[in-house]
Design a protein around this ligand. Structure first.
Ligand code: FES
Length: 317
């Protein structure tokens, strides 16, 4: 946990603000990699993850950019309405579940809406490396798009392609053409709202991009029909204790209430914080953190949201 000062807050576009965070004593912050996020600890025990969007070679600050979500569960509205310059905030050290692939020959970055944030840090890093990349930024309208000016003035501006959904057809994102030919060494990175993510990921899959060349980071969980959920058991490998998981409670909720320590953050299956080794049983994966191949391997489990296809799961806890 780090204590940082809010040194700047800027309205970037309609409903989007950026917040600059510096060490309270002005010392360098822990380094981060492009694609990394931080946990921001807000009032009332809320913790939210935000991608770092500044140049990862900067050590004096972290910058996050936050969309005010009308369906906010408290995080984005707290950032927009309660956080002001001069305040201190508690944050977690940067963690990266969305890294660039160092060996890639070419990088195709797709940011949708506020999903531009990790792409900005990635574009800075790829520019420093002299790497071959394109940044495609799709947004609903210019007034709701952050960083248009910054991208136009960036040293990598010639690699940026803007796609305004409310603009002329010719400039709209043509993912089918861009992704038509998977090439060895080319890697796709995508972040944005669920519909945008599905559009890019489905297009890549239809064009037969190998799964290990497609990287994604979800901000929010897809809705899951829980009406047919059934109870199951979880056994802890260390103690042999068995817990009954009712149909309307998560593994995390049950174990947490019993005093079993599991670190969580998003509690909706997108951040990976709670991932636990699965030793026996078959998981009913509900997360969007593990890839399809990782879920099929059936050796990891997200207790915050996933359930069981077998009567009992044995977890490495
Ligand atoms: S807490 Fe984020 S995936 Fe479980």
């Amino acid at each position: 946990m780090l204590e940082v000062s809010v040194t700047r807050k800027v309205l970037e576009a309609e409903g989007i603000c950026s917040v600059e965070l510096c060490a309270v004593d002005g010392s360098p912050l822990p380094p981060f990699q492009a694609g990394a996020h931080i946990d921001v600890h807000l009032a009332d025990g809320l913790t939210r993850q935000y991608s770092l969007c500044n140049d990862s070679r900067e050590r004096h600050r972290y910058v996050i950019s936050v969309l005010k979500d009308p369906a906010s569960r408290g995080g984005s509205s707290a950032i927009h309405e309660q956080i002001e310059p001069g305040q201190t905030l508690a944050i977690g050290a940067p963690r990266n579940h969305f890294p660039l692939t160092p060996a890639a020959k070419r990088h195709l970055l797709f940011g949708g809406g506020i999903g531009i944030t990790p792409m900005l840090a990635m574009a800075h890093e790829l520019h420093h490396q002299g790497a071959d990349f394109e940044l495609h930024y799709s947004f609903r309208s210019r007034k709701r798009a952050a960083f248009i000016q910054l991208l136009g003035q960036a040293p990598f501006a010639s690699r940026v392609h803007l796609h305004d959904d409310s603009g002329p057809q010719a400039q709209k994102l043509d993912a089918a053409t861009l992704l038509a030919a998977p090439a060895a060494g080319s890697h796709i990175y995508v972040c944005g709202p669920l519909g945008f993510m599905s559009f890019i990921l489905d297009t890549a899959q239809a064009a037969r991009w190998p799964a290990d060349q497609v990287h994604r980071e979800f901000f929010a969980a897809a809705a899951v029909d829980q009406s047919a959920d059934t109870p199951f058991e979880v056994q802890l490998a260390s103690s042999g204790q068995v817990f009954h998981i009712p149909a309307d409670r998560t593994v995390f909720e049950v174990l947490d209430a019993a005093g079993i320590d599991i670190e969580t953050s998003c509690e909706q299956g997108v951040c990976g914080t709670c991932v636990t080794r699965l030793l026996d049983g078959i998981a009913d994966h509900r997360d969007q953190f593990l890839t399809a191949a990782e879920q099929a391997a059936n050796d990891r489990f997200t207790p915050c949201c996933s359930r069981a296809k077998t009567p009992r799961l044995v977890l490495d806890l």
